[in-house]
Write a protein that binds this ligand. Structure first.
Ligand code: ADP
Length: 764
């Protein structure tokens, strides 16, 4: 990259520099002469080299009319300029008779606010470049440039064509980003020179003054950076009593910092062409030559013209390339949408393939955080660093988005991982659920130190003060660059937001779908329950008929039947009794399916007393029944009648499935705190993190095989034949489970065959 003149980066340096505005240096470069004229075209100021070019000392020219020097026709060209806008130049051929010979010049004239400036650059011929010559050179270049729509290819052609025309050692295209920082995006160079392509520079690299000048004058030519500058005589313009404004002057001298800076790079000649977009400086075509090199005014003009063509063409190429990039991002978004909406595993859909997540915003690493699980993709800080970063970034987020291209400056902890994450783009999809996606960009490290030894950069001035030259400031800005990533483009931010919207949309629509399914499920459950109720209810009547008629047959017609017939009839009777039991169980279950809980504050001790009383009353051996209650039960909110049924059923089973000579049952509970920390011997450890008391009924019965611990809760599931353990419908536990679930509770069992079982349940 060419460091345009006045490359100063830090505030201190800028201050020094700004004190000496670059448009009024009071001197010119020595490859031509400058005459400042009053509006009456009288010579009022000249460069102190008139003798060398015009054969006249300044004092021979000052105060004289310009006509003293130029012919009538040339005077006409100068006069025309008076009617033009400030800075618009008129060029013409000039021939001047010096003492020894006739000399030819390119005369370039423009006016400032108060003066007219005529610059004369020596040329070999008095004839102007013909239009055909100009067309041959420029036309071919333009035709090539128009052939491509790809921006980078286009700029490469531009660099090639400019290099062909001016023959410099290196031609680069330098582009500014939104922050004003820049990079070399195209380069054509002599083979033996090291490449500058891809190097990045901070915004402060080109001070505001220089930038502003580049937007007004599209070409700056310094043919010899080692040349001595030529002072104007007198130093101040006599008309305005101020230094002459040389903003539009081609010969304007450059400052020593600029010269030194470029000489450190080995550059002796410099040509810079502005590239303008929407009246702003978009970039520069910067040309270096390693020895002083002069090119004619006409060739310079052609380069300026090419620059203007490039500026016009740029708009199309930029929009084409941005459009291409946007299309790529859109297609990635569509891809995401499809895979996320179809995926069972949401995270997998996001991070596979990994490259897609990175490409979406052109990042080199990403972290997907869902609840507390973090998945890393590409080059990233480690999980703990990402976790801490999220905590911090969460406080910075507005509109669920946070991005920076210099994270370590905002968050010093990031210094450790600046190589992977100097740039951060964070998307907060849900704070409650802790959904975050983070993208990272590495530090931009492609910088080059052209500034030489920083210790040499402080220069003592003749007045005893010191001035900072770019070398010192270069070191400082390199520091700045070190903690910076490439900036996040608007379309990349939009891309991230689109992904977030897609995720939110899909998650919401999944929730919607789930709600619909739930509604449907509830409806079909209700239908099933009412069907079961109707069916069981209606079945009872014919069953009763079968039972009644069979009993009548047995009682009144036993004498006409043989023994087999009687036995068959007895089986019919007992089967119909069993069937009624089953139907009753089904009926009860279907009733529960439609039941509304009638919850009330219930002292479970009272409730349990009733249960035990009824239980003892139903058994002849009630004196032998050992029921232990280690501590009083709590008072809870529940449906008394139904919870009574739960305890009755579980208590009944505890004694029913027990073949020990000394049977006992323990009824108790574990408080919320004890839920996760009981000990197996006395109070078991059933369910960690319980929110409400866990009730248990423990027996020393026959136990249940491990593989049946869940199946026993199914309707009509029995583990034994009818004859054993007093028979049963196999519906008790299904009903218990239903009641517990109606209370939003859970039921489960632990058991050891031959030792006993523990049934646990909660009532939320
Ligand atoms: P039923 O007692 O009518 O068979 P349940 O639904 O109450 O129906 O019980 C289902 C099955 O679970 C029983 O057949 C029995 O095999 C087993 N079971 C229930 N409670 C216990 C227990 N406390 N000890 C051992 N087995 C049990």
């Amino acid at each position: 990259m060419s460091q345009p003149e006045n490359t100063i980066t830090q505030a201190t340096a800028l201050t020094n520099h700004d004190r000496k505005p670059i448009h009024i240096p009071g001197s010119i470069q020595p490859h031509g002469v400058l005459l400042a004229l009053s509006t009456q075209l009288e010579i009022v100021q000249v460069s102190n080299n008139t003798q060398a070019y015009l054969g006249k000392e300044p004092e021979d020219l000052l105060g004289k009319p310009l006509s003293h020097l130029l012919e009538a026709q040339q005077m006409e060209a100068v006069k025309q300029c008076l009617a033009k806008k400030i800075g618009i130049a008129n060029a013409f051929k000039v021939s001047i008779n010096t003492l020894h010979q006739e000399r030819y010049f390119d005369g370039i004239v423009h006016r400032t606010e108060e003066a007219v400036i005529l610059e004369l650059e020596p040329t070999d011929s008095k004839s102007e470049m013909s239009f055909l010559n100009f067309h041959a050179l420029a036309g071919e270049a333009i035709a090539k440039m128009q052939r491509t729509s790809n921006l980078i290819e286009f700029l490469h052609i531009v660099a090639q064509e400019v290099q062909k025309i001016i023959g410099f050692d290196r031609v680069m295209v330098y582009k500014f980003d939104q922050s004003g920082a820049g990079s070399v995006i195209s380069e054509v160079k002599r083979e033996d020179l090291s490449p500058y392509l891809g190097l990045h520079y901070p915004a402060t690299d080109i001070p505001a003054q220089a930038r502003e000048l580049y937007t007004r004058c599209f070409l700056r030519f310094l043919p010899d950076l080692t040349a001595e500058r030529v002072q104007l005589v007198p130093p101040e313009n006599p008309t305005i009593h101020q230094p002459l404004d040389l903003s539009y002057s081609l010969l304007r001298s450059f400052d020593s910092c600029c010269a030194e800076y470029h000489q450190n790079m080995g550059v002796k000649a410099l040509l810079v062409i502005s590239l303008i977009q929407e009246q702003k400086l978009w970039g520069l075509i910067s040309c270096h030559h390693l020895t002083p090199k002069y090119i004619s005014y006409e060739v310079c003009k052609m380069c300026e013209f090419l620059g203007q063509i490039v500026s016009t063409e740029l708009a199309h190429k930029i929009s084409y390339s941005e459009w291409n990039y946007k299309v790529k991002l859109k297609s990635l978004q569509a891809d995401f949408l499809e895979s996320i909406s179809q995926a069972d595993n949401f995270i997998d859909a996001l991070i596979k393939p990994e490259i897609r997540l990175l490409d979406l915003v052109s990042a080199s690493g990403a972290a997907v955080c869902l609840d507390n699980e973090i998945n890393l993709v590409g080059a990233t800080p480690n999980i703990d660093e990402v976790r801490a970063l999220i905590e911090w970034a969460d406080t910075q987020v507005s509109d669920n988005l946070f991005f920076t291209d210099s994270l370590p400056k905002l968050y010093p902890e990031a210094l450790i991982f600046k190589d992977t994450a100097s740039g951060l783009l964070l998307l907060r999809i849900s704070k409650v659920r802790r959904y975050y996606i983070l993208w990272f960009r590495p530090e931009v490290i492609q910088t080059v130190n052209w500034a030489g030894n920083p210790n040499e950069s402080i220069q003592a001035q003749t007045d005893g003060s010191f001035i900072l030259c770019p070398r010192k400031s270069f070191e400082q800005w390199q520091e700045t660059v070190r903690l910076t990533s490439l900036p996040w483009e608007t379309c990349e931010l939009e891309s991230a937001i689109a992904l977030s919207n897609a995720i939110v949309g899909i998650v919401l629509s999944k929730a919607d779908e789930l709600a619909k399914i739930n509604l449907e499920l509830e409806r079909s459950n209700r239908e099933l329950a009412s069907f079961a109720y109707a069916a069981s209810h209606d079945l009872k009547e014919p069953l009763r008929g079968i039972y009644n008629f069979s009993t009548v047959l047995l009682e009144d017609y036993a004498q006409v039947l043989d023994d087999d017939g009687i036995e068959c009839l007895q089986t019919v009777v007992s089967l119909s009794v069993r069937m009624e039991t089953l139907i009753n169980a089904l009926l009860r279950l279907s009733q529960l399916g439609q039941a509304q809980l009638r919850e009330q504050v219930t002292d479970l001790n009272e409730l349990l007393n009733q249960v035990i009383e009824v239980f003892r009353a139903s058994r002849q051996d009630s004196a032998l029944v050992d029921i232990r209650i280690p501590r009083p039960l709590p008072t809870v909110q529940c449906d008394r009648v139904l919870v009574n049924e739960v305890f009755s059923n579980l208590l009944g089973n505890a004694f029913k499935y027990n073949d020990k000579p000394e049977q006992w049952v323990e009824i108790g509970y574990l408080s919320q705190a004890e839920g996760g920390q009981g000990d197996k011997e006395n109070t078991p450890c059933p369910m960690p993190h319980a929110q409400s008391p866990i009730f248990y009924i423990r027996d020393n019965g026959i136990g249940i095989p491990q593989h049946h611990l869940e199946t026993i809760f199914r309707l009509f599931k029995r583990l034994h034949s009818q004859e054993k353990y007093g028979g049963g419908a196999g519906a008790g536990l299904a009903i218990v489970k239903k009641i517990v679930e109606l209370h939003n509770g859970q039921i489960w069992v632990e058991s050891t065959v031959g030792v006993g079982s523990i049934f646990y349940f909660t009532l939320e």
